[in-house]
Design a binder for this molecule. Structure first.
Ligand SMILES: O=C[C@H](O)[C@H](O)[C@H](O)COP(=O)(O)O
Length: 230
C-alpha cells in the first residue's frame, strides 16, 4: 500500500469513529496537512450532521469552506468536541512532532481546547525516539538568531525554513540532529527560550488516540490514561 492509501485509510477510520457521535451543535477541530485534507474531504459527506469546525490554518479553513462546512473563530466557541489532525512523528506514548506544514502553534491551541485529540498518521510516522524528523520551532522574527544560538547550546542544529511565514507572521527554525528521549522536558525547555512562540512537540498535550495506517490495517492505539479521564 502506498503512503497516500495509508493516509486515506486512517482518515476514513477517523470518520467512522466520529460520524455516529455528531450532533447538530457539535464543533470539530480540524488540523492541517495532507492527511487532514483527506479527512476534510471525507467530512463533506456528513456536513449536515454537525454544526461546523475550527481550523488550525487558513489553508484548512479554506478547504472546509469549499465543502460548505461553516468555520468558526475559536474565540466564539465554547467547546471543541474532537480535534483530528496528522503528525510528522509519533511514539508509543502518543507524543508527537508536528509542524512540517508550519501550522504548529494554531494546531497546539486547537488541541488544547479540544476534549479529545485523535491523531491520524500513516505508519512511516511511527518512531521509537522522536527527533528523526527535524523539530519545527515557531519564532518571532527579531529573535531568530538568539533562539538559534540557544538551540545550539541544547545540542540541536537549527536551520531557518526558507520562504516560510506562518499564519501568525513568524518564522520557523527546523532543528536537525536532535534526538528527543524526554519529550516533556524538551518541550518545556524550548518553550522557555525568549522569542519562541511554540515548538512542534506535543508531549504536554499528546494525542488521546492514534489511528496508524499500516499494510496490515489501521491500528487503533489509545493512551493508557486518556486526557479525558483526568
Ligand atoms: O504543520 C503541519 C502539521 O503538523 C501536519 O499535521 C503534519 O505536518 C503532518 O502532515 P501530513 O499529514 O501532510 O503528513
Amino acid at each position: 500500500m502506498d503512503q497516500d492509501s495509508l493516509k486515506l485509510s486512517v482518515a476514513q477510520a477517523a470518520l467512522d469513529i466520529i460520524a455516529p457521535q455528531l450532533e447538530s451543535n457539535t464543533i470539530l477541530g480540524i488540523g492541517t496537512g495532507s492527511t487532514a485534507n483527506m479527512f476534510i474531504d471525507l467530512l463533506a459527506d456528513v456536513a449536515h450532521l454537525f454544526d461546523g469546525a475550527v481550523a488550525s490554518s487558513q489553508a484548512s479553513a479554506e478547504r472546509l469552506k469549499s465543502h460548505n462546512i461553516p468555520v468558526y473563530d475559536l474565540n466564539t466557541v465554547n467547546q471543541v468536541a474532537v480535534y483530528i489532525d496528522g503528525a510528522d512523528e509519533c511514539n508509543e506514548a502518543l507524543e508527537l512532532i508536528k509542524g512540517g506544514g508550519a501550522a504548529l502553534t494554531r494546531e497546539k491551541i486547537v488541541a488544547a481546547v479540544a476534549k479529545e485529540f485523535i491523531c491520524i498518521a500513516d505508519g512511516s510516522k511511527w518512531v521509537k525516539v522522536l527527533g528523526e524528523f527535524p523539530l519545527p520551532v515557531e519564532v518571532i522574527p527579531m529573535a531568530r538568531s538568539h533562539v538559534a544560538r540557544e538551540i545550539v547550546k541544547l545540542g540541536g542544529d537549527p536551520v531557518l525554513r526558507e520562504d516560510v511565514v506562518t499564519d501568525n507572521g513568524n518564522v520557523i527554525l527546523d532543528v536537525y540532529n536532535f534526538p528527543i528521549p524526554q519529550p516533556l522536558a524538551t518541550e518545556a525547555k524550548i518553550n522557555g527560550i525568549v522569542g519562541v512562540v511554540c515548538n512542534g512537540l506535543f508531549a504536554l498535550r499528546p494525542a488521546d488516540r492514534l489511528l496508524l495506517g499500516t499494510a496490515d490495517g489501521v491500528r487503533d492505539i489509545k493512551r493508557p490514561k486518556s486526557f479525558l479521564d483526568s
